[in-house]
Design a protein around this ligand. Structure first.
Ligand SMILES: Cc1cc2nc3c(=O)[nH]c(=O)nc-3n(C[C@H](O)[C@H](O)[C@H](O)COP(=O)(O)OP(=O)(O)OC[C@H]3O[C@@H](n4cnc5c(N)ncnc54)[C@H](O)[C@@H]3O)c2cc1C
Length: 255
């Protein structure tokens, strides 16, 4: 029988929580350390493609994820920005047919919440408000506030784009930006968009507009009464890895 390890995962995001479920499935003792004091309701819709759903299904999450999945009417349309002409379209079930597993659309926060609930129910210990400041690679151990040390047999770094763990392992703490683009996420009251006859048809499926230096996506309805519109454009607004900055509307309009 494989040894049962005591594993610490740094970061309670989608990667950290999924890893926690997988490692728990193999019988290990798993603790997730998350710096925020509570789950953060960030992000808009997220598309889970068959390579991801295959794994979630393997770990027994089909039912709970299907309840959370928002069925999107109609096709996904890819359009020319200038006149809305449809350049290509795709049905969501084409992906299922091609790869044998479904494609789900969910709210990113909901996915994170489900993963946390499942992990918790299966015996993963999730500690909120536990920011890791450093790691001893030899022991191995992590260091929290006031020098509190936590030892483990294995430490997994799932602490996102500005990972402390990656920096400690590779010695490279410099954060390199790979793109001049930024993304503005805006939630509009769905009723407002639906009350405009010109916009209403666009609220019924997934639509993407592609133009020079900009892509606009109207995605599936969210869980409340909102519809998420994402604007990907050249932008120096905000800072990489800082998800809390409010965008500047004038900069968005100018782009
Ligand atoms: C805010 C946000 C919104 C997004 N929105 C969308 C979307 O709408 N649609 C879409 O398709 N994709 C979206 N994405 C992209 C996709 O969700 C990400 O690729 C995915 O979240 C990456 O998961 P992750 O677990 O690797 O990193 P993250 O989600 O960044 O999770 C890392 C976790 O580690 C924690 N952490 C960081 N440092 C430490 C530390 N030192 N100690 C303890 N904990 C720490 C963080 O608080 C965080 O909870 C979004 C990503 C983010 C971050």
């Amino acid at each position: 029988m494989a040894p049962q390890l005591n594993i610490i995962i740094v970061g309670g995001g989608i990667a950290g929580l999924s890893t926690a479920i997988a490692l728990r499935h193999s019988g290990h003792t798993v603790t997730v350390l998350e710096r925020h004091s509570s789950p953060q309701a960030l992000g808009g819709p997220i598309g889970l493609t068959p390579n991801a759903t295959r794994v979630l299904i393997e770990y027994g999450l089909r039912e709970v994820m299907e309840e959370a999945h928002v069925a999107v009417e109609g096709e996904i349309h890819f359009r020319r920005w200038a006149n809305g002409e449809v350049l290509d379209s795709m049905r969501r079930d084409e992906l299922t047919e091609a790869y044998g597993f479904p494609a789900w659309s969910c709210s990113r926060f909901k996915v994170q919440e489900i993963l946390a609930n499942v992990a918790n129910k299966r015996g993963v210990k999730i500690i909120f408000g536990a920011q890791v400041f450093g790691i001893d690679l030899e022991k191995p151990a992590v260091f929290l506030k006031h020098g509190t040390e936590m030892d483990a047999d294995m430490i997994v770094g799932a602490d996102g784009i500005r990972s402390v763990i990656r920096g400690a392992v590779t010695g490279n703490t410099e954060f390199k930006t790979s793109t001049p683009y930024g993304s503005y996420n805006v939630d509009f009251p769905r009723s407002l968009l639906q009350s405009d006859p010109e916009v209403e048809p666009l609220t019924r499926g997934d639509n993407f507009w592609f133009g020079p230096q900009i892509v606009v996506a109207i995605n599936m309805p969210d869980y409340g009464d909102n519809l998420n519109v994402a604007f990907g454009t050249v932008s120096d607004d905000g800072r990489e890895g800082d998800w809390h900055t409010h965008g500047d509307l004038e900069k968005l309009k100018a782009s």
